[in-house]
Design a protein around this ligand. Structure first.
Ligand SMILES: [Cu+2]
Length: 143
């Protein structure tokens, strides 16, 4: 819980309050975060099947749910593909595992096999293809 609070504090400036309301009872929300051009929003939660439901936990296999939606539904192109990666920018390295991404509903993706193996600052890197464009998300997290 302490880690989650610290994470929430780090991200609070970027949170989109309107999008934080709905999340499943068994999931822990990390962030709702805008894409680089701010036209899409990714909402990231950790799922309990990834282990204890404590948000991001150091050096443990995690399962994330990533929902990507257009900020303006009137101009929404469906998200057809999602790629997930995570890096430590200060150390110039990524994960030691390769996560698996599965689409579980339109715009809703499960990412299994995520492991943040080192304490410090990470970036969750998400690329979501929608309407012939790649929407890029860079989500800073501290673990
Ligand atoms: Cu590192």
């Amino acid at each position: 819980m302490q880690k989650f609070s610290r994470l929430a504090a780090v991200l609070s400036g970027a949170l989109l309050a309107a999008l934080l309301a709905a999340s499943s009872a068994n999931a822990k929300e990390i962030a709702a975060f805008p894409s680089a051009d701010r036209t899409y929003v990714a909402t990231i939660t950790t799922l309990p099947e990834g282990g204890p439901d404590r948000g991001l936990v150091l050096n443990q296999m995690l399962v994330l749910d990533i929902k990507v939606a257009a900020k303006d539904p009137a101009h929404a192109a469906p998200v057809t593909h999602l790629v997930f990666d995570a890096r430590m920018p200060e150390h110039d390295h990524g994960m030691v595992v390769t996560p698996r991404v599965t689409e579980i509903a339109p715009g809703d993706f499960k990412v299994e096999g995520v492991k943040l193996h080192m304490a410090g600052n990470w970036q969750l890197l998400i690329t979501a293809d929608a309407g012939g464009k790649s929407e890029k998300f860079t989500v800073p997290v501290q673990i």
